[in-house]
Design a protein around this ligand. Structure first.
Ligand code: TXA
Ligand code: MG
Length: 333
């Protein structure tokens, strides 16, 4: 059973080439020395992750980029992104240097680099002084964890060291921005939005997800079905008021914003009040993002016959929430 350990245990384990779970501000990560092929193999094994799905390399600050990526050939946008958003939830994809083993990048000539904001993760990076490859700390295809309890529940029997950094403040995986080609492109929508990035780099960045074009065959690891619950997940648009789907059995409903009257909703949907949940009291989308994965995992563990979840408007951070929810529900459609 994975134990909630302290930081010196984690550092020692990482130096031995083992994997440990560390908190980031987005989701918990399953970390190992990114420069050590055998250590990185452990990540793929623990997660049952296919080797074609490349990993993000986590660094302490912008000064580490040049060690792992070829910045001579890369876009002038890198310093602007680093100044504006690091440490924080933007991952940049750049041409890789040889020092990064092929297993990390799934054989591609690019590497994804991210500088996390969480103090515990930063403390570990500072002390080990090597970059950490870290995917989200969930079994492959399952919902990402935003609390140490969720890691213990899903991977606890496979991992010895889990550092508990509390609930992740952001709660959705980082935005992935490809700066390795001619035009900057968002490969995965996330907490930092296309508008925020476009403003900083002074040009319109392409975001496929915002236009419903998330199936981009050039992007490794971006599967149509991902982040799935075990329980059947059904999405609905809160605006159209169509709650009259007929489900048999016990159904839970998740709203983005607390309904004005839970009693009215309960009657209208024919669902008991105790099965009605919401992600934010006032509908604040950052709070919705923060609570989404934890709520999905909590309800998934109950064993409902179905979970219905409201789809937020596809703007701002809603683009990323929309992306995660539609991928999660794709398994059931
Ligand atoms: O917030 C996050 O990014 C979290 C925390 C732990 O840092 N990490 C995370 O990692 O979400 P993961 O492995 O669950 O998702 C990483 C995704 C891959 O599935 C792939 O789509 C993309 O990053 N990726 C990695 N390397 C890439 C590359 N060289 N080119 C394009 N996409 C890449
Ligand atoms: Mg993941």
């Amino acid at each position: 059973m994975g134990t909630v350990a302290d930081i010196s245990d984690a550092i020692a384990a990482l130096r031995r080439g083992e994997v440990v779970v560390l908190p980031t501000e987005t989701v918990y990560g399953l970390a190992a020395n990114a420069l050590d092929t055998a250590a990185v193999e452990n990540i793929f094994r623990v997660k049952s992750r296919p080797l074609q799905d490349p990993l993000i390399v986590h660094v302490l600050d912008g000064a580490w980029i040049g060690r792992y990526a070829d910045i001579s050939s890369c876009s002038e946008h890198v310093p602007k992104i680093v100044d504006a958003f690091w440490p924080g939830p933007v991952t940049i994809v750049l041409k890789k240097k040889e020092i990064i083993p092929d297993i990390v990048t799934a054989g591609f000539d690019t590497v994804a680099i991210r500088c996390p904001r969480h103090e515990i993760f930063r403390n570990v990076l500072e002390q080990v002084d090597f970059p950490l490859a870290a995917p989200s700390a969930n079994p492959f295809g399952y919902v990402s964890p935003t609390g140490a309890d969720q890691v213990v529940r899903t991977l606890g029997d496979r991992i010895k060291i889990i550092l508990d950094g509390g609930r992740c403040s952001v709660g959705l995986e980082s935005t992935i921005l490809d700066l390795s080609r001619d035009r900057p492109k968002i490969l995965r929508p996330g907490p930092v939005t296309a508008e925020e990035i476009s403003e900083i780099i002074g040009e319109n960045v392409i975001d496929y997800a915002a236009h419903g074009l998330s199936e981009n065959p050039n992007v490794p690891g971006q599967l149509k079905q991902h982040y799935c619950t075990e329980t059947k997940l059904v999405l609905f648009d809160g605006k159209d008021g169509k709650f009259d789907q007929n489900f048999s059995g016990e159904v839970a409903v998740i709203f983005a914003k607390k309904p004005d009257s839970v009693a009215v909703i309960s009657q209208k949907m024919r669902i008991p009040e105790r099965n009605i949940f919401w992600l934010s009291e006032v509908g604040d989308m950052r709070t919705v993002a923060k609570n989404l994965f934890a709520t999905l995992q909590k309800l998934d563990a109950v064993g409902y016959d179905a979970i219905m979840c409201e789809l937020p408007p596809r703007s701002g951070i809603g683009v990323a929430i929309h992306d995660r929810l539609t991928r999660a529900a794709a398994k059931f459609s």
